[in-house]
Write a protein that binds this ligand. Structure first.
Ligand code: DQA
Length: 144
């Protein structure tokens, strides 16, 4: 099974961006970790990141056509993109929502809403980059 791990805006700067919140693991490290975790679970994992919303929508549309399971950290788009809501709604294979932090336990009110959660089979929040491993484990489990 191939799984897409899709990351939204500013996550390319992981490790440099607000490390007190998101940790010191770099985005390059995250890619390697996800590939390794996937390998251990028997999943072919492809990790992508974009700062351009339409690019993410195109990836989600393709995943819907292909029936590909998705691990999604849509970052700030999570909180306000209705196009993201619609794109997630049409997915056919399981979707797992991931956030490195726990948005609902952060002070900004805007982080308390998610347009991904209504369509997600599982949510993994507040576990740092290890959350991606937990998300992949959910997908590996859901297959059986
Ligand atoms: C995030 C949480 C979002 O609120 C924020 O906009 C991000 C990262 C996380 O992984 O904790 O960019 O999705």
């Amino acid at each position: 099974t191939t799984v897409l791990v899709l990351n939204g805006p500013n996550l390319g700067r992981l490790g440099k961006r607000q490390p007190e919140i998101y940790g010191h693991t770099t985005y390059a490290d995250l890619v390697g970790l996800c590939e390794q975790w996937g390998h251990d679970l028997g999943l072919a994992v492809e990790v992508r990141q974009t700062n351009h919303e339409g690019v993410l929508l195109d990836w989600l549309n393709q995943a819907a056509d292909d029936g590909t399971p998705v691990v999604l950290n849509a970052a700030a788009w999570t909180h306000y993109s209705l196009a993201l809501y619609d794109a997630c709604a049409q997915l056919t294979a399981p979707l797992v929502e991931v956030h490195i932090s726990d948005p609902k336990n952060r002070p900004e009110e805007f982080r308390h809403t998610s347009h991904v959660t209504p369509h997600a089979a599982h949510e993994v929040v507040g576990q740092g980059v290890d959350g991606y491993r937990v998300a992949l484990e959910h997908l590996a489990g859901d297959r059986t």
